[in-house]
Design a protein around this ligand. Structure first.
Ligand code: PMT
Length: 215
């Protein structure tokens, strides 16, 4: 099957030398892309800036900002059988990107931020995607409740929930502990290396794609 995977953080420019970003290393998304490729699928990895090696056999599309990731997904999603959104996309960006380096003037500096496009949320509604749609939910509280809400709101077939407040898993770690949230049931996977969890999750997505094809 053809699958698009988003991974890594986005960078939202403030001026020519500064940006807003987050703690995502890209490890979870790259592990997913690698597992899909090893299972024989065609993968397009749309990635924010990371220091990771590009997995073998994967088509690679580097982006920086949420707006660039939005455009890349919009351009390529139409020919995909499945899409997996593991990227940690900035929800807000600076309202204005200064042309010159912002100078130290006052004792405080107030930034105005504006919303970025919700890429996962646009996939069904605005891009008309009819394939299998998988999101992640990075939560620090009410993990299941928030993941279920995202599943319904964004039209996903599966949301992979991780508690990013737990030490040793989630952001910038080799390990993760996830709960697979489907419309009708949930399944908790024990903590493991991201590279071991990914093939397990890929098998679930293969099943969802097959079920969708059979309908
Ligand atoms: O990269 P690592 O260091 O390995 O860390 C892995 C991870 C914690 C980043 C990963 O497991 C994870 O949880 N990714 C999703 C992070 C996130 O931004 O979650 P969210 O709950 O804020 O967003 C929900 C979903 O909407 C996600 O699939 C996200 O990719 C997507 N989204 C969010 C905002 C936005 N503007 N566009 C989006 O597509």
């Amino acid at each position: 099957m053809r699958v698009l995977v988003t991974a890594g953080p986005t960078r939202e420019a403030l001026d020519p030398v500064r940006y807003l970003t987050n703690r995502s290393s890209g490890k979870m998304g790259y592990a997913m892309a690698d597992a899909f490729a090893r299972a024989g699928h065609q993968v397009l990895l749309v990635s924010g800036p990371t220091v990771l090696d590009i997995p073998e056999g994967v088509d690679f599309l580097p982006i920086e900002s949420a707006a660039e990731m939005f455009e890349a997904v919009q351009r390529h999603i139409g020919r995909m059988d499945a899409a997996v959104f593991a990227a940690a996309v900035a929800d807000y960006r600076p309202a204005v990107v200064a042309d010159q380096k912002i100078k130290k003037t006052g004792e405080t500096l107030t930034l105005e931020l504006v919303r970025t496009p919700d890429i996962l949320g646009s996939v069904r509604k605005d891009f008309g995607f009819t394939g299998t749609l998988v999101g992640f939910a990075a939560e620090t509280e009410n993990l299941l409740e928030n993941a279920r809400a995202k599943l319904a709101r964004k039209g996903c077939d599966l949301v992979i929930a991780n508690d990013v407040s737990k030490p040793g898993i989630g952001f910038d770690s080799d390990r993760n502990e996830v709960i697979l949230v489907f419309p009708e049931h949930v399944e908790a996977l024990p903590e493991d290396e991201k590279h071991h969890l990914a093939p397990r999750i890929v098998r679930e997505i293969e099943r969802l794609v097959a079920e969708r094809g059979a309908k």
